[in-house]
Design a protein around this ligand. Structure first.
Ligand SMILES: CC(C)(COP(=O)(O)OP(=O)(O)OC[C@H]1O[C@@H](n2cnc3c(N)ncnc32)[C@H](O)[C@@H]1OP(=O)(O)O)[C@@H](O)C(=O)NCCC(=O)NCCS
Length: 161
């Protein structure tokens, strides 16, 4: 597969901050551009309200103070489950998701987590490449996990205990 390489965005050009309800119009725009079955606004509100089990962060492009992505993960005891991560199409392939996941792993290790899990569509080449690069391993398959279109999920995990 041909992949157009872009320059990496220096890390001081973006940062994470907690997602707030005012961010949801920007978040939904990115969500709708990113998935065949996007989350409804109520799902994002539920995640914001479920803090501290759910940790919802937006990725902010510092020069324009603009939301360019988000990551949502659940933290239950020693386990982290990444339930959503997306980067605005204009900002993809610039190293942002990789840097964000690395940053989250540093943070959650400090908070005592030992394991991170996520599900991914086998057809999602970009996400699979990202998780492989970060050292995630395939732990199993969840049959018919996704709809629109129906597809299995690959369960992937990374231990850092
Ligand atoms: C998956 C996603 C979050 C990646 O975000 P990103 O900021 O573009 O990813 P990065 O630039 O940090 O990529 C890091 C590595 O992932 C891999 N990668 C990312 N996008 C890729 C693509 N389109 N094709 C091939 N490899 C890709 C590469 O190995 C890349 O490292 P490299 O550039 O040094 O080769 C983004 O494509 C996205 O938002 N997709 C839609 C939502 C989604 O699918 N989320 C994941 C659900 S499980």
């Amino acid at each position: 597969m041909n992949v157009i390489k872009k320059a990496k965005l220096p890390q001081d050009f973006f940062y994470l901050r907690r997602m707030e309800e005012d961010d949801l119009p920007d978040v939904l725009k990115i969500e709708n551009l990113s998935y065949s079955k996007p989350w409804h606004v109520s799902s994002f509100k539920g995640e914001i309200d479920n803090y501290p089990i759910s940790n919802a962060y937006v990725i902010v492009y510092r020069p324009l103070n603009k939301v360019i992505g988000y990551i949502i993960y659940w933290h239950v005891e020693k386990e982290i489950q990444i339930s959503n991560i997306a980067v605005s199409p204009d900002f993809r392939m610039m190293g942002i998701a990789e840097a964000v996941i690395r940053q989250v792993i540093v943070q959650i290790k400090r908070e005592g987590a030992e394991f991170v899990l996520l599900e991914v569509r086998p057809s999602n080449y970009a996400a699979l490449s990202l998780y492989n690069k970060l050292g995630f391993k395939v732990l199993g398959i969840r049959r018919n996990y996704y709809s629109d279109p129906r597809e299995d999920a690959m369960l992937m995990g990374k231990s850092f205990a």
